[in-house]
Design a protein around this ligand. Structure first.
Ligand code: 4AD
Length: 492
């Protein structure tokens, strides 16, 4: 801890600790010995006379008579550093996939597409790689289906390496957007005793070891056989906890893991996914939710496309050709708004195109969502005012009580990206709903938020993987998360 001294306030004579300012900002200095490839590739050719050390994994090996060309990758950027090893440098054991430490001089490169290259003086093989049995092959674009089966090696492929940098950049952009807008980041719990969405899609949390349970019961009057005395689950949404903090801090958000026990093998469902959840006190209309959602999606998209341009381009060129136009359109045009009732009317007119009939009172299916977006010129569409019966208990009733102030955002290819509602803030109505659902006892704390210092408020949740799927045009949600979990699969 920094040294401190007591400081006395000259007004009320209270004492507080003043922390020493002797310690300046602590930053990690980048030297020639620990620079990343991204850093080395940006070095100014004029200051390239010192010895540098580059570390990473070999992406390709090209041998000529008196010289060997290697490309070295370390995950810091999409590009590799070209290593030139002349005859005097020992290259024994160098192969695709092995890890190496290279010492040498950065020099201007004569090859196309790179300003600098590393003229090697010494190459140390740190971890060899037997190409006969290595599941990845040099200069091969492995299919997503294949690399999904080897999650421990998937991050070494070009596409997944780009994905990881884009995910990082999108996370940063989300935080930047909400921090700049004055929102407080809140860590909502992963283990919870509520099923926020009330859909029964929870995973139960209990100790795996029965001895632990016996031990817990021994020292307690509670004989429920439950570790926490109450049923506990992995969270399906942090919304209710955010509502608590919004009722004291007004604007809050979280970006964290969320769990749903759905038996779905669809291309847009996971058992564990990340959700951006936002809650704002005094924001009392679906218009407020739509404005914030649209600003957030556009700002994050703009930032990621700029900050991770090369990585995003890799997807838009090789994975989803033509998808850049969809993103440009999103950035350039205002999102469309449709009421749920209008949406159903549109769908009913085209009923023959669907496998399942659209029907007022039922959830929109993926085929309906896709149709609505293409009907609106492939611009994201907000659908508002859903039937009360298909939305959770916390959604606020409209003047017409058959609908609630709920909004979903539908985007091209993916369908539903965001779900939000104005929260029911009228104590009597909320109480009645909880009574009907026989939940009143466990939700007294939620009712307290309406009893004491109540405010109108609203919020939304955005599926982070669905966002990445949409941004990059990735077909399968399992390919935008490092370690996908879904029914029948929990690899590693
Ligand atoms: O519409 P949902 O269920 O909304 C909520 O959970 C609210 N409590 C959020 C809030 O208001 N704070 O989920 C929000 C979003 C969906 O629109 C979808 O993008 C994503 O989360 N999502 C999933 N993503 C991947 N796999 C799943 N199984 C998902 N379920 C929902």
């Amino acid at each position: 801890m920094a040294a401190s001294i007591w400081k006395t306030c000259q007004v009320c004579l209270c004492r507080s600790i003043q922390y020493s300012s002797r310690v300046g900002p602590i930053t990690r200095t980048i030297s020639s010995q620990n620079a990343s490839i991204s850093h080395l590739l940006r070095r100014d050719p004029k200051e390239m006379c010192d010895t540098v050390v580059a570390k990473g994994w070999i992406k390709s090996v090209r041998e000529q008579k008196h010289v060997m060309f290697l490309s070295l990758h370390d995950g810091s950027c999409i590009d590799s550093l070209q290593i030139v090893a002349k005859e005097h440098v020992c290259t024994d054991g160098i192969a695709f996939g092995c890890s190496v430490e290279v010492r040498g001089h950065l020099i201007p490169s004569k090859s196309k597409g790179q300003k600098v290259e590393l003229s090697a003086e010494e190459i140390k093989v740190i971890g060899p790689c037997d190409n006969e049995i290595y599941p990845l092959k040099a200069r091969t674009r492995h299919s997503a289906d294949y690399t999904r089966q080897i999650p421990h090696l998937r991050s070494r492929t070009n596409t997944f390496s780009s994905l990881l940098r884009i995910r990082n950049s999108a996370t940063q952009a989300v935080h930047a957007f909400f921090q700049e807008a004055g929102f407080l980041q809140v860590d909502t719990p992963i283990i919870t005793s509520n099923d926020c969405e009330g859909a029964g899609e929870t995973f139960t949390v209990q100790p795996a070891n029965p001895v632990v349970l016996e031990d817990v019961e021994k020292n307690s009057n509670d004989k429920s056989g439950l570790f926490f005395n109450v049923p506990a689950f992995l969270t399906v949404s942090g919304q209710l906890h955010l509502e608590i903090v919004a009722s004291s801090h007004q604007k809050v958000y979280t970006l964290g893991p969320t769990f749903r026990a759905e038996n779905s093998s669809s291309r847009r469902h996971l058992s564990e996914f990340y959700m951006l959840e936002v809650e704002e006190a005094f924001a009392d209309s679906v218009e407020d939710i739509m404005k914030l959602t649209e600003d957030c999606v556009k700002s994050v998209t703009h930032k990621v496309c700029n900050q991770s341009q090369d990585d995003v381009e890799l997807f838009h060129k090789h994975v989803s050709p033509g998808h850049k136009d969809v993103i440009d359109k999103l950035l350039g045009k205002p999102f469309t708004v449709l009421s749920y009732t209008d949406a159903i009317n549109i769908l009913e007119k085209h009923r023959k195109q669907f496998e399942f009939d659209p029907k007022w009172g039922c959830d929109l299916l993926k085929e309906h969502e896709k149709f609505l977006v293409s009907h609106c010129d492939n611009i994201p569409v907000f659908v508002v005012d859903y039937p009360a019966d298909i939305k959770p208990f916390y959604a606020k009733s409209n003047d017409d009580p058959s609908t609630v102030a709920a909004v979903d955002l539908l985007v091209p290819d993916v369908g539903e990206l965001v779900g939000g509602t104005v929260r029911e803030d009228r104590l009597d109505i909320l109480q009645q709903r909880l009574d009907d659902l026989k939940l009143t006892d466990s939700y007294q704390w939620y009712l307290d938020l309406r009893r004491f210092g109540n405010v109108p408020h609203s919020g939304f949740g955005l599926g982070f993987e669905r966002y990445l799927q949409f941004l990059l045009g990735v077909e399968h949600i399992r390919d935008v998360i490092p370690f996908p979990r879904y029914a029948h699969s929990c690899l590693l």
